[in-house]
Design a protein around this ligand. Structure first.
Ligand code: AR6
Length: 176
């Protein structure tokens, strides 16, 4: 499903964030040291190859809510934006930190003249953020920022499973 907020399209798809070959940038649910890990980070580093860790490591460590950008190496995109989500129940205030991930990632996209970007559901895996709560923060933040985007024209949320996809669709369709 897809909605337009001014000139910006926001869509939800079910799939794998490492196989979004029609967007300029993909977002990594990174760890602080920007190293390969599990989940999205593991999949991105596997697909990108070892040169990604070499490029990324000197840019870390990063704090929850921060974002940095690298090239995409073996992925079919131009850039990867790496952002560190909050660990639910530990990094507080979690909603503010999660919103900062989306805002800072979109700010980097603007600086780098990126027109299309695909996000996974940051913090909702190993970091334990409940999916619906996270979806409200993520989609609400993107909607609020859409008006001020001058370059970014497509924001895609790539959800790994059917239930996460359905939750995001419901939240996106319910946004004012
Ligand atoms: N494509 C799209 N979504 C995915 C994929 C994929 N290939 N793989 C998993 N997901 P997570 P976090 C979903 O754990 O919670 C890492 O070890 C997954 O089902 O990747 O921010 C890092 O090194 C979940 O809904 O990220 C960090 O230490 C969502 O993506 C830590 O985990 C995010 O899951 C980051 O934890």
């Amino acid at each position: 499903m897809r909605r337009a907020f001014g000139a910006v399209a926001v869509e939800c798809v079910m799939g794998d964030v490492t196989s979004q070959d029609d967007v300029e940038a993909v977002v990594n649910a990174a760890n602080a040291r920007l190293e390969p890990g599990g989940g999205v980070a593991g999949a991105i580093h596997r697909a990108a190859g070892p040169a990604l860790a070499e490029e990324a490591r000197p840019l870390g460590p990063i704090k929850p809510g921060e974002a940095v950008i690298t090239s995409a190496h073996g992925l079919p995109n131009r850039y990867i934006v790496h952002t560190l989500g909050p660990v639910y129940g530990q990094d507080r205030p979690e909603a503010e930190l999660l919103a900062a991930c989306y805002r800072n990632t979109l700010a980097l996209a603007e600086e780098n003249r990126i027109e299309s970007i695909a996000f996974p559901a940051i913090s909702t895996g190993i970091f334990g953020y409940p999916v619906e709560e996270a979806a409200r923060v993520a989609l609400g933040t993107v909607r609020d920022k859409a008006d001020r985007l001058e370059r970014v024209r497509l924001i895609r949320f790539v959800l790994f499973g059917e239930s996460d996809f359905e939750v995001h669709e419901k939240v996106l369709s319910g946004l004012p």
